[in-house]
Design a protein around this ligand. Structure first.
Ligand code: NAP
Length: 256
């Protein structure tokens, strides 16, 4: 009996990844968690993919137009799919290709706004574009993947925000559109958290710290590895009870 059970689990471990690569509908062994990462071709998104794979997750990675490093990663647990979070059509097509429950969604894709422009340089079209991608993009992804997240076990959603979206913390000003986009993302998330409670979905609004990436620049003090490892730890403590918290990579709770 014990031998049969052992044999069953061994065969699931060996066959599962191979079949998963080709047939996304194959029922996975229960102990394998599935994650989705947006904006996964570079920067923090790519680091998320690498760390999640190394922890044994199956990962669906979204890229906007250039696969970047994702193209060179040979891993049976990685599925790479085009995703522009600004486009409803693209988000729906992306979601349509994920035929299984997901346990973790990392809403990471985002853009900057040129940072330190003056008040008279605020460009309405550019600002709407930044808000569309940073605030509405993650909402579109949550809507499209809701059915995949609504299941018996807990699903964790990380909305990658920024301390720059904190109204309390906004001393230096400027960076108008980026700040406003992240503040809006925070409010969308807090406003949706109650509806999602009954469906076992918990949201963390996470600030990665100031990190050396294309967006963060070379003067940033934090390395991607440390930031993402910290955010992973934060997510381990994510529950239905603390849904909607605004927290940074090292677990510190941030002011709104
Ligand atoms: N780095 C920091 O210090 C810092 C601090 C606070 C918050 N954050 C947040 O952390 C997240 C990741 O930032 P990062 O530093 O890794 O930035 P990054 O290096 O500039 O990478 C941004 C990623 O988002 C993707 N993206 C942009 N627009 C997209 C769209 N419409 N659809 C799909 N993907 C899109 C980019 O894809 P392409 O290659 O196609 O452009 C890229 O993969 C962002 O939400 C950012 O606001 C970063």
């Amino acid at each position: 009996m014990v031998g049969t059970i052992l044999l069953f689990f061994l065969s699931m471990i060996m066959i599962g990844p191979v079949v998963n690569k080709y047939y996304h509908y194959f029922p996975r062994p229960k102990f394998m968690q599935t994650a989705v990462v947006t904006g996964a071709n570079r920067g923090l998104g790519l680091e998320w993919v690498e760390q999640l794979l190394s922890q044994g997750y199956k990962v669906y990675a979204g890229y906007r137009s250039d696969k970047g490093e994702l193209a060179n990663m040979d891993n049976d647990n990685l599925v790479v799919i085009q995703l522009d979070v600004k486009s409803n059509e693209s988000v729906k097509q992306f979601a349509g290709k994920i035929g299984e429950n997901i346990d973790l969604l990392i809403n990471n894709a985002g853009v900057g706004d040129g940072r330190w422009q003056n008040l008279n340089e605020i460009d309405d079209e550019q600002s709407l574009d930044v808000i569309d991608i940073n605030a509405l993009g993650p909402v579109r992804v949550v809507q499209a993947l809701y059915q995949n997240m609504n299941h018996d076990s807990l699903t964790k959603v990380a909305m990658i925000s920024s301390l720059m979206g904190s109204i309390d913390d906004c001393q230096s000003g400027r960076s108008y559109a980026y700040r406003a986009s992240k503040t809006a993302l925070n409010m969308f998330t807090v406003a949706m958290k109650n509806e999602a409670l009954k469906d076992n979905i918990s949201f963390a609004i996470v600030h990665p710290g100031w990190v050396r990436t294309g967006m963060g620049g070379s003067n940033a003090p934090l390395e991607m590895k440390e930031s993402v490892a910290g955010m992973m730890e934060v997510l381990q403590t994510q529950t239905l009870e603390n849904t909607g918290r605004f927290v940074q990579y090292d677990g510190k709770i941030l002011p709104w």
